[in-house]
Design a protein around this ligand. Sequence first.
Ligand code: GLC
Ligand code: GLC
Length: 815
Amino acid sequence: MKFGHFDDSRREYVITQPNTPLPWINYLGCEAYFGIISNTAGGYSFHRDARLRRLTRYRYNNAPFDLGGRYLYIRDNDTGQFWSPSWQPTRTRLDHYECRHGMGYTIIASSRRKIEAQTCYFVPMGENLEIWKFSVTNRRRQPARLSVFSSIEFCLWDAQDDATNFQRNFSTGQVEIADGVIYHKTEYRERRNHFAWFACSEKLAGFDTQRDTFLGAARGWDNPAAVERGKSFNSVAHGWAPHGSHHVKVNLGPGETREIIFALGYHENPADQKFDPPDSQTINKRTVKPVIAKYLDGGNVSAAFQALRENWDALLGVCQVQSPDVHANRMVNIWNAYQCMATFNVSRSASFYESGIGRGLGFRDSNQDLLGFVQMVPARARERILDLAATQLKTGGAFHQYQPLTKRGNNDIGSGFNDDPHWLILGVAAYLKETGDWGILDEPAPFENEPGSEKPLYEHLRRSFHYTLDRLGPHGLPLIGRADWNDCLNLNCFSDTPGQSFQTTTNKDGQVAESVFIAGLFVMAGKELAAIAKKRRQNQEAERCLAEAAKMEKVIYQHGWDGAWFVRAYDDSGKPIGSKVCEEGKIFIESQGMCVMAGIGLKDGKARLALESVNRHLATRHGIVLQQPAFSKYYIEMGEISSYPPGYKENAGIFCHNNPWIIIAETMTGNGNRAFDYYTRINPSARERIGQLHRCEPYVFAQMIAGKDAPTHGEAKNSWLTGTAAWTYFTATQWIFGIRSEYDGLLIDPCIPAKWKGFKVRRVFRGETFDIEVRNPRGVMKGVRRMVMDGVEIPDQLLRPSGGGRKHNVMVEMG
Ligand code: GLC
Ligand code: GLC
């Protein structure tokens, strides 16, 4: 069953019924001001940091799930009836409902009793504010006398404190109301120099700023007292819960439309110009007034919306494909690229599964996210890389996370995830391959954010590599530390205390447990570092990296090969994990994907054998599960992985993030049919028709789909903020379509289903546009027989940009 459909020409997903299985959300903003918005207008906004600069309040894990948001109410003043044009929160029956999630905007349209309403929510480029452009039309034969009420609840900035510290917070709330604008200024009187404002383009009939007055005693948002009686209370919040509501009266003749703009913004004043007059406690509004005036003007709002569309045209224009598969096309051309930008912007902090107070930017996560967005925003990728490097420890290790506002490593989450450092090498490699900007390697970056400790980025990469060499275990494999990519494989944790964090508890010093996954990652990173060193003419260093990688490969063959697949790890007592000798967890996906991607076993058939084992033991029709057999009980020596019931998350769930590793491995061994089949199994667009089972948005990848051991096999969770976004995008564009950025140019090496007759790609690369047509007359899956660019034969499948922003026509013949 479907709950809507794709409108690819407008790059929108159109939701046609409001009660989707879960709230289906979108992101507003792509620079500093962000919001999340559901298909029923639920969600919240923040400036830069979802925890510390939360503008509006939202209660997670609510019932109904999606309550609290950017609400409007329409009241028919002739009958006293009122409803929400976004369905929530009144959930009044609507005669028509449609939500269009687009690139950086959401439009919710509905009608009831011949009153049509439409609200377009978006954040203008370069501004710290959001617009709700609302229009209402009277389709009746008689005049309509209406009232429109807006409603948001302000958050007292620190979302964690806001949700817990009531003994203080019920007394601190403050607002000002001036010229019809509601200003939220809690704590402005002391150490904050920022405030929020909520404005409306129309003359107000009234306003409310105290939530409990607006709602009335013992009521919720479905039935606010002000709306019910058709008149605001003009309440002024002193403490309790500051709120913003405007009341506008709208009289419409038959066929008449009125447009009303609501704008919500964040503003900072210079510390010495906070008040006006200076010795008062009144907000200095001179700095913000021009912004407010600008965005209450319909012409400016339209222009800003146009600019937003053009921004996305440019970003998505970097790579456009036309293949025989509609699902792949729309994910690559629109939604997967868009999801990659969301993960770039907010990492893992704010979604309907990430509360915005927990997770900062992950070191590992952010480096992998680069794979998905570096081609769209190279300059911002550069900045991100240097920020990440600046949090690296002198040992080469890394803080597992850093806080976006301070850009400092997060001590509470600590370090010692021994895979972390290698992702920096891979992130930088991806950046270099895309941009050719070798200068970044000489950019100084401190360690642990300590001034004076700056070293060139290149030195950071060296330390990343050596970090592992300094931490080898009894078999010569890398020690796992707290965990590797699999945060939940905690081999030194031995936790028996309820509530103890698996992420930060270590009860063993960890000199035994080893990771074959890190070994594979080390080989891959070593080869990249060698290539980078060679480019810098540091040949000795390059040789050394290759020698160490080769040595590790040998160790993997010796202690990491189990006969038909790669072992996953060794535990603290030296017993293998992910081996046929284990009772549960005999085979894991991660080491198969990572070792083959590192090139291990490609020549002697071990890679193929491992991939066949994956196919036999791990593949399901909904995707590839993480391991088998699932852990049926808690194993103290394994940690969090066995804390999940079988089939969920890391315990044999389909952890979509690592499915692309297997897909890449399949393309490396030439199996285009299977690679594409695996890709399609987790592709949300291809899963749209099973929406009732899948439940999450059909336009973005989810972190996890319940595995075959779960009673809800096929149900997705944790949509949006997942490494799956970058890895699936990277896999589809660079390994299936095979338009792969390399240090010296674009390599064309597709691996596609045999039945495809061909496909086209437009790719902008280092300022040049390549229009590539791939033909597959012989029905092969891989292999390029001939390649011609602008009439000239290219012998080595590599397109070398020549500078000067030219356009090229490329013809590729497979066979
Ligand atoms: C989550 C984490 C990521 C980790 C993965 C597997 O997606 O964000 O860092 O690798 O889970 O545990
Ligand atoms: C939990 C999750 C895992 C995630 C980690 C992030 O362990 O199960 O997926 O990577 O938290 O800290």
